[in-house]
Design a protein around this ligand. Structure first.
Ligand SMILES: O=P(O)(O)OC[C@H]1O[C@H](O)[C@H](O)[C@@H](O)[C@@H]1O
Length: 295
C-alpha cells in the first residue's frame, strides 16, 4: 500500500518532500508546482537553486524546475514565461510507493488567468523519483469549448560544479535558434561546451530534439553523466546567462552562472494546440548514469 506524504514547509512555503524507499528524494513546492531539489538514491543534489532566490507568492523562483506556461519567454502578450510559475497549485496526490515516490499537482484557470488568457484548462504536473531517475510530466487538458494553443517548458536548472568542465552531448546536426545573435544555425560539433566563450550568455532553442541528451561533467579524474530524455516536447532550450547577464540578475550571485546550466524541454517553435476535451502531455526525465563522486 502506498503511504501518503504530508505537506511540510520549505523556505516558508508549502512543500512536499518526496522520499522513495531507496532514498531518492525530491522537493516540490505548491507555489508554481516548482521542483526545487532532486537527490538520486545515495547521491547528491542534481538541481541548481540560487541562494539569492526569492520565495514569495506571485514571484518566480530562480533555479529548480520552473513550469513555463502558457507562454515561453516574451513570445506573446502575456507576462514573461506565462503565469503558471507564480501561481499556487493544488495537491492532488503525494505518496511513497513500493519503489518510488510520486506527487501530482494541479493548476486550473481562475478569474485572474481568464483575464489575460481566456481559456478553461487544467494543468497537471507529476513528479516521480526512484533510484537514479527523476520524471516530470506536464499535462494540459482543454476544459473549454474552443481550441487552445500555448507554448511551454520545463525550465530545468541543472547544477554543475564548474561550467568550464561541463559539456552537452546529443545536439549534433540539430537546427537551433540562437536567441543571443537572433539567427538560426545548425549544431555541427558533437559536444557543446557551454562554458566557452565564458563571459557571454548562451541562449538557444534546439528544434526537433528526438534523441537523448547527456550532460557530461569532468570532476578530476571522474566523470558525471546525466541522461536527459524528453517526449511530447519538440524543442530543447539551453541557457546560461554568462558573467555579464548574471551580474544583472538580482536573484543570482555574481558567480552563480558557473554552477548551473538550464536544459529545458520545451514546446516553442510549434505551439501546442489542444482541441476541446483533449489532453496534451509532455515529459522530461533524467537518469544519473554516472555520478563522478569520489568513492
Ligand atoms: O529570468 P527568467 O524570466 O526566469 O528567464 C530565464 C531564461 O529563460 C529561458 O531560458 C530563456 O531562453 C532565456 O532567454 C531567459 O533569460
Amino acid at each position: 500500500m502506498p503511504t501518503a506524504i504530508a505537506i511540510t514547509r520549505y523556505q516558508g512555503m508549502d512543500a512536499l518532500e518526496l522520499l522513495a524507499p531507496d532514498g531518492a528524494r525530491a522537493t516540490v513546492l505548491l507555489h508554481g508546482g516548482h521542483l526545487v531539489s532532486w537527490v538520486p538514491a545515495g547521491g547528491e543534489e542534481q538541481l541548481y537553486l540560487s541562494p539569492k532566490s526569492e520565495f514569495a507568492s506571485g514571484q518566480a523562483i530562480r533555479g529548480g524546475v520552473p513550469v513555463i506556461f502558457p507562454q515561453f519567454s516574451g513570445r506573446g502578450p502575456l507576462q514573461r514565461h506565462g503565469f503558471a510559475r507564480g501561481k499556487p497549485w493544488q495537491l492532488v496526490l503525494a505518496e511513497q510507493g513500493e519503489d518510488d515516490a510520486l506527487a501530482v499537482l494541479r493548476l486550473s484557470d481562475d478569474a485572474a488567468t481568464r483575464m489575460f488568457w481566456p481559456h478553461a484548462f487544467e494543468l497537471e504536473l507529476s513528479v516521480r523519483v526512484a533510484g537514479q531517475s527523476l520524471e516530470i510530466e506536464l499535462a494540459c487538458e482543454n476544459k473549454g469549448d474552443t481550441p487552445l494553443s500555448f507554448t511551454a517548458a520545463l525550465h530545468s536548472y541543472l547544477r554543475v560544479d564548474e561550467l568550464n568542465e561541463a559539456s552537452v552531448q546529443g545536439l549534433s546536426g540539430l537546427h537551433y535558434w540562437d536567441s543571443v545573435a537572433n539567427v538560426e544555425r545548425q549544431q555541427r560539433t558533437d559536444l557543446l561546451l557551454p562554458g566557452t566563450p565564458g563571459t557571454e550568455d548562451l541562449d538557444r532553442i534546439y528544434y526537433q530534439v528526438k534523441q537523448d541528451l547527456t550532460l557530461l561533467e569532468q570532476r578530476g579524474t571522474a566523470e558525471r553523466r546525466l541522461q536527459i530524455r524528453q517526449q511530447g516536447f519538440d524543442d530543447a532550450v539551453l541557457w546560461n546567462p554568462g558573467a555579464a547577464k548574471c551580474a544583472q540578475l538580482a536573484d543570482m550571485p555574481p558567480e552563480g552562472y558557473r554552477q548551473m546550466l538550464c536544459i529545458e524541454a520545451a514546446a516553442i517553435e510549434r505551439p501546442v494546440d489542444v482541441a476541446p476535451g483533449e489532453t496534451w502531455a509532455g515529459l522530461q526525465s533524467f537518469t544519473l548514469l554516472q555520478s563522478g563522486q569520489s568513492a
